[in-house]
Design a protein around this ligand. Structure first.
Ligand code: 6PG
Length: 475
């Protein structure tokens, strides 16, 4: 029998996706550059379904029914190009190469265009959910042509997570659209993680709670509108005790956060698109700051409040922090969806934000109950310009905002960094402002560079003769 799909690259994500496919009754041809991984997969999991072990790309291609589907699960960047170059010459018109790694969407656009010339469909598919998701049901964000989705979609929907019976997989849009939304997903993931980390820090320092007590708090929060995968695993991490020292694990983990790049790309691209994703940016910078050991070392002596005294934050603080977390999280998602709209317009992808929210409800790292509310907001008759203005979220922000403000004030007072909370609140206040001081910036620009400004009361561009008689001229 011929295999329905081939998987090349059998590190944990590739191996788990192959197993997931096989467990769903598909015959899966598997290949890895070094053969020990192929052997290990067959030995350990061969009984889970129908696998065809292949030693070479030629064997893999020969094992596949047509049109062929080859899923590449290798490191993003040059390794992906190398594998494409290996397989593309072996394929025929109408065949498909799927890249399930965290590729940069601009690379995906380039690869898609190049392979289209050769009549091969290239599908950049974002896959979220980590190792467990890959095996048990990830959220899948495939880009590429409509034809490729017809041939590939049912299989991907089959292995994706399901929420209310709906698969967490849908065709996102042409060429790089899938990897673009996966990138922004990760940007939102960074923001969400940073906000949760700030909430932990504020409660720990401000209330003097232990990690185990904080695990209880997060567990309770997981029963509220904050209910999400990231809150759930936060409780688990906080409860973990280090076997070697008997201390809470969180206290023996180095406090320098790493990153592989997707969050940074989100911000770089947001700058190019002109989308203010301040919450995501702050989260990327916070990770970066944490890693600057020397800078932190010399800065330890800088003056500030003498460390928060346990319990000084007072009653109601935990609930305030919960509300602040929720409000800031809404801002982060709103910014991410703004970026997706901007990207969709720039690249002509026609991405449907409602269906994206739908497939993020399960499988992926940012899965959360409130994605259902986002879906509803985008499915409503009047589409919100910003999620903040969708009635459900406006109501949530009304409820949360006094707490939100108190938390930002308290953090500043106690000298606890809360960049995610503060920037989210600043974004919110800036959006609602009747007038912004940007008017003054325009005045300054006109002063030193004759850059001109527009007026609120008349059409046109204007310049004040700053070094002359200071009268205004039309530019
Ligand atoms: C997911 C994750 C996954 C991965 C990223 C983030 O959606 O399953 O986002 O893609 O964990 O690589 O990693 P960094 O924090 O290292 O950037």
């Amino acid at each position: 029998t011929q295999a329905q799909i081939g998987v090349t690259g059998l590190a944990v994500m590739g191996a788990n996706l192959a197993r997931n496919l096989a467990r769903h009754g598909h015959t899966v041809a598997v290949h890895n550059r070094s053969q020990y991984r192929t052997k290990a997969l067959i030995e350990e999991h061969g009984h889970e379904g129908a696998f065809v072990a292949c030693d070479t790309p030629e064997e893999l291609v020969a094992a596949l029914e047509r049109p062929r589907r080859v899923l590449i699960m290798v490191q993003a960047g040059a390794p992906t190009d190398a594998v494409i170059e290996e397989f593309a010459p072996l394929l025929e018109p109408g065949d498909m190469i799927v890249d399930g790694g965290n590729a940069h969407f601009l690379d995906t656009r380039r690869r898609e265009a190049a392979l289209r010339e050769r009549d091969i469909h290239f599908v950049g598919a974002g896959v979220s959910g980590g190792e467990e998701g890959a095996l048990l049901g990830p959220s899948i964000m495939p880009g590429g042509s409509k034809e490729s989705y017809q041939a590939l979609g049912p299989m991907l929907e089959d292995i994706a997570a399901k929420v209310d019976g709906v698969p967490c997989c849908t065709h996102i849009g042409p060429d790089g659209a899938g990897h673009f939304v996966k990138m922004v997903h990760n940007g939102i993931e960074y923001a969400d993680m940073q906000l949760i980390a700030e909430a932990y820090d504020l409660l720990r320092q401000g209330l003097g709670l232990t990690p185990a007590e904080l695990a209880d708090v997060f567990e309770q929060w997981n029963e509220s509108e904050l209910s999400s995968y990231l809150i759930e695993i936060t409780a688990e991490v906080l409860r973990q005790v280090d076997a070697a020292t008997g201390k809470p694990l969180v206290d023996v983990i180095s406090d320098q956060a790493e990153q592989k790049g997707t969050g940074r790309w989100t911000v770089q691209i947001a700058l190019d698109l002109g989308v203010p994703v301040s919450g995501i940016a702050e989260a990327v910078f916070a990770r970066s700051l944490s890693g600057h050991a020397e800078l932190r070392e010399v800065s330890r002596a800088l003056p500030g409040p003498s460390g928060a005294t346990a319990g000084s934050a007072g009653e109601g603080f935990a609930e305030d922090v919960r509300q602040a977390l929720y409000a800031s999280k809404i801002v982060a998602y709103a910014q991410g969806f703004d970026q997706i709209r901007a990207g969709s317009t720039e690249y002509g992808w026609d991405i449907n934000p409602g269906s994206l929210a739908t497939i993020w409800r399960g499988g992926c790292i940012i899965r959360a109950d409130f994605l259902d509310r986002i879906r509803e907001a985008y499915e409503a008759e009047t589409k919100p310009v910003t999620l903040l203005a969708a009635p459900y979220f406006t109501d949530a922000l009304i409820l949360a905002q006094e707490s939100w403000r108190r938390v930002v004030v308290k953090a500043a007072e106690l000298g606890i960094p809360a960049p995610g909370f503060s920037t989210a609140l600043a974004y919110y206040d800036a959006l609602r402002a009747e007038r912004l001081p940007a008017a003054l910036i325009q005045g300054q620009r006109d002063f030193f560079g004759a850059h001109t400004y527009r007026r609120v009361d008349r059409e046109g561009s204007f310049h004040t003769l700053w070094s002359g008689d200071r009268s205004e001229v039309e530019a």
